[in-house]
Ligand binder design. Structure first.
Ligand code: ZN
Length: 839
């Protein structure tokens, strides 16, 4: 506590000097926060790619990229001849390394719920490539997993030729060194895009999978950016410990799992988790515009991301390969997040104590603030209540901004993220800043800087508790900034509030928020896309609320209060008389508790009117920046040949009626698509294999294409049960075949597909189909299906469909101009042919 006998009032410097000093303090404090934020963001950069001449024991993105060129030379969807060539290349490459290599060739059922809308069972014929380095004294197995198939709408350069190629390069590096203690198994799966069926086949039935083990899954959902370890098995403390210790570029947060659950994506990792494996799932996400599109070529692979994937996978394979895997069974989930140079991690049981400690710390700060006469309880309560405004308004405005931008440029609606999202992301940040600063400028005189600062931290503490309940892995995002902000505030109140140590204390408190929340904000943008930019805006506001005492410095000092304005029991003399706080104290520019916000304030030089005007400047500047940045985004990110506007089109032919139609999932169709489709139509009854969403449809010429054949191999009736043994045989090269039983003609009691019993879901009344089957990558000689039916009397109606993926030969199809592209989706360019058989 300062014991100066001088009253600061007597020696107050002239206003110009005070303004300069406040300006310098503001600049210094903000520079510290900017530097810390920059360090946090620079830490997320990908490593420099290592060239092909790197030492044999190292991972080289250059060497891995040579594999990417082969794997992603063309589209290679599961079951296609192109995928067969990729499989042969992988097998040959692993054999050439001297590894025992085999192909698991089987039929497997779907993992997860990817195509549940198709109804009933989803299966695929898969061919996984499996190779192994046997351990010297194994305590278990480590599996490096990536899928080698691509979607039907692109060559899969990033997704997942990168993961596949990284594993080939890791296998090479490992096979040059000493044998590991544990078995290392390389699993290059098939049919991930279709149904996770390759991973499901391996995890459920491969002999090497029988005892489980640690899975490292390598994925991509974009083309660039840091590789994020975004998903783990439950009770991950041991695994995360190894990850933080061994991965050279460990980027991951326990919050990511929660974000990932919001997304419609799924990976092979799900299939392994379903079968009791443990492990880590990693992917890079930025550059999502080309995800699943024809642009996902080797040329669009960021070799820095590839290097990071490989560096981490190689180091983790070595570390897990040497660890006693039994030791990894920790009984809890860790909280973890990146800070420059390391991955902070602490046990999950600390989540609740920390969250409650933050509440107590902020409460203590409020109490101390009041006691020292910086704010009354009523103002602190008002500050807390009003701090909810920016938390709500900023995300809503961010969503509205994106709505406005997509109205101007409707093509964005079909993209995960714009091609060049940077300007839009900055616009959202500027908008969040404008909301926060505008709110602050309006209220700081009325409520007081101290009350608003305490109120902002109060919300951080409350959100920390909420997150501890809802998503414990994300609680640190609010809890730690609240704790640090409260600690900084308490120190600032304890030292002479007019001293520069007070500024240091509140800046240090805010810095923790910047360190934790800025990387989160910047990773949320690519993870969720601009369509959910409001989430990033929310966390940006939280960051700002934790930094209010520092942000106050960029506002003009509030006018001094007359000494008599302080209520009885307020600050003792000599400890920062209210309103005299010189530049940068915490809380700066505070109104005394109980004082009327206006009227009692004397017209000190530099006083009220200019304070009012000056306070609005930062908010207006941020609002202007948001508009300018959004405008730059619209100007820079135009659709052109390299960045084509996405369109969705497919074709469906009914060979019973000889009619065909074009179909599109676009809601607001692009001009190119609008030439084919015009009116919404429900296709579920004619093409159950396409799902039951409404689509836009338009008439098409019927192409001379054969429907899949459905032949009866055996037909037996036993009482009220009829057993039909059928063979469904596509008559052309297709990606998938489906079979549906009309509910009006029979219900299905039991179903066997390719020798496997598949689940038969109970049907509710009114549903058109009593059973549905989707079979990906069907063998050319067809699929054998046995159905035990309960017929309704009369013949059983069966709808058979198959689908290939190229529209270019169809009558009436006109190729897209260069600046019109294909949406990344599992139905883009699909060509379906269906026929109803009655037996
Ligand atoms: Zn994919």
């Amino acid at each position: 506590m300062a014991t100066s006998v001088e009253s600061p009032l007597e020696h107050a410097p002239p206003p110009a000097v005070r303004r300069t000093r406040r300006g310098l303090t503001a600049a210094a404090a903000l520079a510290v926060l900017v530097a810390i934020g920059a360090a946090a963001l620079l830490d997320l950069r990908t490593p420099a790619p290592v060239d092909t001449d790197a030492p044999a024991g190292q991972f080289s993105a250059g060497r891995a990229a040579e594999h990417v060129e082969v794997v992603a030379a063309r589209t290679h969807v599961a079951g296609s001849p192109a995928n067969e060539q990729v499989r042969a290349y992988l097998e040959g490459t692993l054999r050439d390394l001297g590894l025992s290599t085999e192909v698991q060739d089987t039929v497997a059922e779907e993992a997860g719920q990817l195509s549940g809308a198709a109804g009933g069972a989803t299966l695929a014929r898969v061919r996984n490539v499996v190779a192994r380095i046997p351990g010297t004294d194994p305590t278990g197995r480590v599996f490096l997993v990536a899928h080698y198939d691509s979607v039907q709408s692109g060559p899969g350069g990033n997704d997942d030729a990168v993961g596949t190629s990284a594993i080939l390069e890791v296998a090479r590096a490992l096979s040059t060194g000493p044998r590991p203690r544990n078995d290392i198994v390389f699993v290059l799966t098939d049919a991930e895009e279709a149904c996770l069926c390759g991973a499901s086949a391996f995890a459920s039935s491969h002999p090497l999978a029988a005892d489980g083990g640690v899975v490292l899954n390598l994925e991509a959902r974009g083309s660039t950016g840091p590789v994020i370890m975004f998903e783990t098995s439950p009770d991950n403390a041991g695994l995360v410990g190894v990850f933080g210790r061994a991965a050279p570029h460990a980027v991951g947060t326990s919050f990511a799992v929660e974000v990932y659950r919001l997304l419609p994506n799924d990976t092979d990792f799900t299939a392994f988790l379903d079968h009791g494996f443990t492990g880590l799932n990693s992917a890079y996400l930025d550059g999502g515009a080309i995800y699943h599109t024809p642009l996902d070529t080797p040329a669009h692979v960021d070799r820095g991301s590839l290097q990071q994937h490989g560096d981490n996978a190689l180091a983790l394979a070595r570390e897990f390969g040497a660890t006693d895997l039994a030791d990894l069974r920790a009984g809890n989930d860790a909280t973890y997040f990146p800070v420059p140079g390391t991955l902070v991690r602490y046990p999950g049981w600390l989540t609740w104590p920390l969250a409650l400690l933050a509440v107590v710390a902020v409460g203590l700060l409020g109490w101390s603030t009041r006691r020292r006469g910086h704010a009354s309880w009523s103002r602190i309560s008002a500050g807390f209540g009003l701090a909810l405004l920016p938390i709500v308004i900023a995300p809503v405005l961010a969503q509205l901004l994106w709505l406005a931008i997509t109205t101007i440029r409707p093509g964005y609606a079909e993209l995960l993220d714009p091609y060049r999202p940077l300007w839009y992301r900055l616009a959202v940040l500027a908008l969040a800043a404008a909301v926060l600063l505008g709110w602050y400028a309006l209220l700081r005189r009325r409520i007081g800087a101290a009350a608003l600062a305490v109120g902002g931290l109060g919300w951080l503490a409350v959100l920390g508790v909420l997150l501890a309940v809802l998503t414990p892995g994300g609680a640190y995002l609010a809890t730690l900034p609240a704790l640090a902000g409260a600690a900084g505030g308490l120190v600032a109140l304890a030292v002479r509030p007019s001293s520069r140590w007070a500024v240091v204390a509140v800046t240090a408190g805010a810095a923790v928020g910047v360190l934790i929340l800025l990387p989160t904000v910047m990773l949320l943008f690519p993870a969720l896309g601009m369509g959910m930019g409001g989430v990033a805006a929310l966390f940006a506001v939280l960051l700002g609320l934790g930094a209010l005492p520092v942000l106050d410095l960029i506002h003009p000092a509030l006018p001094a209060q007359p000494p008599g304005a302080a209520p009885p029991g307020a600050a003792p003399p000599g400890t920062a008389p209210p309103g005299t706080a010189p530049p940068g104290t915490a809380p700066p520019g505070t109104s005394p508790s109980g004082a009327e916000p206006t009227g009692t304030e004397p017209a000190v030089p530099g006083g009220t009117p200019s304070v009012r005007r000056g306070a609005a400047v930062p908010a207006l500047a941020a609002a202007l920046a948001a508009l300018v940045l959004a405008g730059i985004g619209l100007a820079v990110d135009r659709f052109d040949a390299e960045h084509p506007v996405p369109t969705h089109l497919m074709y469906a032919l009914d060979t019973n009626t000889g009619t065909a139609r074009w179909l599109s999932h676009e809601t607001d169709p692009q001009p190119w698509t609008a030439r084919y489709v015009d009116a919404p139509e429900s296709t579920g009854s004619d093409f159950p294999g396409l799902g039951d969403d409404d689509m836009l449809a338009g008439p098409a010429q019927a192409a001379p294409l054969p429907a899949p054949a459905l032949t009866v191999l055996a037909d037996q009736t036993d009482g009220d049960r009829r057993t039909l043994r059928l063979r469904l045989t596509p008559q052309r090269q297709v990606r998938l075949a489906t079979l549906h039983v009309a509910a009006s003609t029979a219900t299905v009691v039991r179903a066997t597909v390719a020798g496997r019993d598949v689940p038969v879901a109970a049907v509710t009344d009114g549903e058109p189909w009593s059973f549905g089957l989707v079979f990906h990558a069907p063998p050319t000689d067809g699929i054998e299906i046995e159905l035990v039916l309960s017929p309704r009397g009369g013949p059983v109606s069966l709808r058979a469909m198959d689908a290939s993926d190229d529209l270019s030969g169809l009558p009436g199809f006109q190729p897209r101009p260069a600046d019109v592209g294909v949406v990344g989706s599992h139905t883009s360019e699909m060509l379906a042919v269906a026929h109803t058989y009655s037996y």
